[in-house]
Design a protein around this ligand. Structure first.
Ligand code: HAS
Ligand code: HEM
Ligand code: CU
Length: 573
């Protein structure tokens, strides 16, 4: 039996109509801001793809009016796509979902405040980016020194995301107090685990920016230690990729099965995957620093093994996602070992986007394992292989999933109907095809030694580049930029036409597509399986994560503090 729902429950007010409508508006603001950022960021991508196709457009006087250099464009591209788009979308998405799942009433003034704060941070950081005063790329490695305004804006943005994290965790804890002995519902579980992971993850970046970079760029310190800064950066920089991925996983686990006509495989397994991400996402950052001097090899090795460990919950996800798709397809007459794939609802753009995103991630994940292997890393590090890797992870697994989510989320939030579902469907196939071609071209060039972050098409470098006989991969890369440009036009046509259309339906006619589970977790903790009971204490798991991070980063960072180097800033642009 369920613990009674009596007296103490009254203390926790549910969602009323006014709050819900304000919350929907807020979620829409977060999502639309995110997709505006992506639109600008994505316009620059094809120009970069042309560069890797051997065509240099950066000398054109027309382009010079907008951006001064390849690197200003690349900085905007990386920051807007990877940092701004993701963070805004995720903050809205992972506030909305747990609030609806728990049916609790959030403090909407606070929620709107975090949105405004994040936007203020974005606008602040945008100024030096646009005036070419912070052309430091999205990793802002010192001693490259950008305007302090950039670092301050970025810090405000990250701080705002931590406030959203705090609000969601706070709502969950209030729900726990009001419902003692109950199992946290799975969508909330996934959201809270992701937010808690992000809190542990963000510590590195916060210290780097607040303690090192801001005082240094303001001229208050005589230099900054690049190695320490990079180490703190990657403390956050690796787990940030799971902060981009897990919100997509939430959709793959909880919503995609219903959209495909089936059920989630197992709530217990889903919780295990997220608990593992919470504990193992952070202590792996050195896999970005295998080439850095003055870090002991034994620690690099330990981070490598932990990286392989954090791939396990993604493998669990692959199993689980495939199982739920198969469940759906067989329920609709699917037959055969592989033949069932045809019985998925391929006419549905939202489902198709997400399944294609998953397919891209099979290759993205496999490439990640290569990157993480110390023996392979010297072959691929700092080559075009790496952008190849992350455009089929964040650029597709995440981005294409969020695009697919928008196809139901916008109608759900606004009551407007998706404009032109057929165009929507076309856009996701174009995006998938473009990114797979891009990944092919870039991985190939990378194996041949073509560097990343280089204006390889500039005449001075063209000779070396040509000597490599890379005509085919160059052509593929250039063409992929064109395919992706078309994909973007199709997608944004659908998005803007939908948003600008008149309201047609009651928004609840497009409900959140929450799936049932083949193997649910149950509602009462005491009756639940050991797996469900042991994954429930998320705060204790967060503490374990913190301890593990200190264990594997303490001995790496301590000698850097002891030998702190004051390196003056450089402006290379
Ligand atoms: Fe990575 C570099 C290792 C995942 C993003 N990564 C990057 C950078 C970015 C990035 C942005 O170890 C560049 C940073 C920079 O600018 O320098 N990455 C990994 C590993 C994983 C991984 C081991 N990366 C991601 C994700 C990202 C992302 C996720 C964004 C969202 N990455 C590295 C390393 C580097 C790196 C090194 C540094 C390289 C260097 O030298 O600089 C793992 O998490 C991957 C695990 C994933 C899997 C795949 C599971 C598959 C699933 C899909 C199943 C599909 C189904 C479909 C079921 C094991 C879940 C069925 C379909 C039907 C039709 C039925
Ligand atoms: C870098 C193309 C969309 C995130 C690059 C590079 C190319 C490129 C060629 C490598 C530049 C270099 O290393 O010199 C494209 C194209 C896109 C696209 C054609 C689609 C129209 C995206 C999306 C995301 C993204 C959707 C993420 C959501 C990044 C990041 C970098 C990058 C983080 C690294 C910037 C750096 O090294 O500082 N892109 N991209 N891109 N892209 Fe994209
Ligand atoms: Cu990483």
């Amino acid at each position: 039996a369920l613990p009674s729902q009596s007296s103490s429950r009254a203390a926790l007010p549910g969602l009323d109509a006014a709050t819900l409508s304000s919350l929907k508006k807020l979620t829409q603001y977060y999502a639309v801001t995110a997709f505006i950022a992506l639109m600008i960021g994505v316009l620059l991508g094809p120009l970069q793809a042309l560069n890797y196709g051997g065509i240099n457009v950066y000398d054109s006087p027309l382009l010079k009016v907008l951006i001064k250099s390849y690197y200003q464009g690349l900085t905007l591209h990386g920051v807007l796509n990877a940092l701004v788009f993701t963070q805004f979308f995720i903050s809205g998405w992972m506030l909305y979902l747990p609030v609806r799942d728990l049916n609790v009433r959030p403090n909407m003034r606070f929620a709107w405040f975090t949105y405004l704060m994040m936007t203020a941070g974005l606008l602040t950081a945008a100024v030096p980016l646009l005036t070419n005063d912070a052309t430091v790329l999205y990793t802002f490695y010192p001693p490259l020194e950008g305007s302090p305004v950039f670092y301050i804006g970025a810090a405000v943005m990250v701080a705002a995301s931590l406030l959203v994290a705090g609000q969601v965790v706070g709502l969950w804890l209030a729900w726990k107090r009001a419902h003692p002995g109950r199992v946290t519902p799975v969508v909330t579980y996934m959201s809270v685990a992701t937010w808690l992971m992000w809190v542990v993850a963000a510590l590195g970046l916060v210290v780097e920016v607040v303690v090192l970079l801001i005082p240094w760029s303001l001229g208050l310190t005589r230099g900054v230690d690049p190695l320490l800064a990079r180490t703190l950066f990657w403390w956050t920089g690796h787990p940030i990729v799971y902060f981009w991925l897990l919100p997509a996983y939430i959709s793959w686990y909880a919503f995609l099965p219903r959209q495909a006509g089936g059920r989630m495989a197992s709530e217990g397994l889903t919780r295990l995957a997220f608990a593992m991400f919470l504990v193992f996402s952070v202590p792996v950052g050195l896999h970005h620093q295998y080439a850095d001097p003055n870090v002991q090899n034994s620690w690099k090795l330990i981070h490598m093994f932990l990286t392989f460990l954090v791939a396990v919950p993604s493998l669990l996800t692959a199993f689980s996602a495939a199982a739920s798709l198969e469940d759906a397809a067989r329920a609709h007459g699917g037959r055969g070992l592989i033949g069932w794939v045809r019985c998925l609802p391929w006419g549905n753009a939202s489902m198709t986007a997400q399944v294609l995103a998953m397919v891209s991630f099979i290759f993205g994940g496999a490439g990640g394992i290569v990157n993480a292997s110390i023996a392979f890393s010297p072959v691929v590090h700092n080559t075009a292989w790496i952008p190849g890797h992350f455009h089929i992870t964040v650029g597709t697994a995440t981005t294409l999933t969020f695009m697919g989510v928008m196809f139901w989320l916008v109608p759900h939030l606004t009551g407007k109907r998706l404009a032109s579902p057929r165009l929507a469907l076309a856009s996701v196939w174009w995006w998938f095809t473009g990114m797979m071609l891009f990944a092919l071209g870039m991985h190939w060039q990378g194996l041949a030694g073509v560097p990343r972050r280089a204006l390889v098409s500039a005449s001075a470098q063209q000779g070396v580049y040509d000597a490599m006989h890379l005509g085919l991969p160059k052509a593929i890369t250039a063409a992929s930029g064109g395919v992706l440009f078309i994909a973007a036009i199709l997608f944004y046509t659908v998005l803007w036409r939908t948003l600008l259309s008149r309201r047609m339906d009651d928004p609840e006619r497009t409900p959140i597509p929450t799936s049932d589970a083949i193997s649910p977790a149950g509602e009462v903790l005491a009756d639940a399986s050991p797996l469900v009971r042991r994954t429930e204490p998320l705060l204790a798991l967060t503490f374990a994560a913190l301890v593990l991070v200190i264990l594997v980063y303490g001995p790496v960072i301590a000698p850097m503090l002891a030998n702190y180097q004051f390196i003056p800033g450089q402006r290379l642009w």
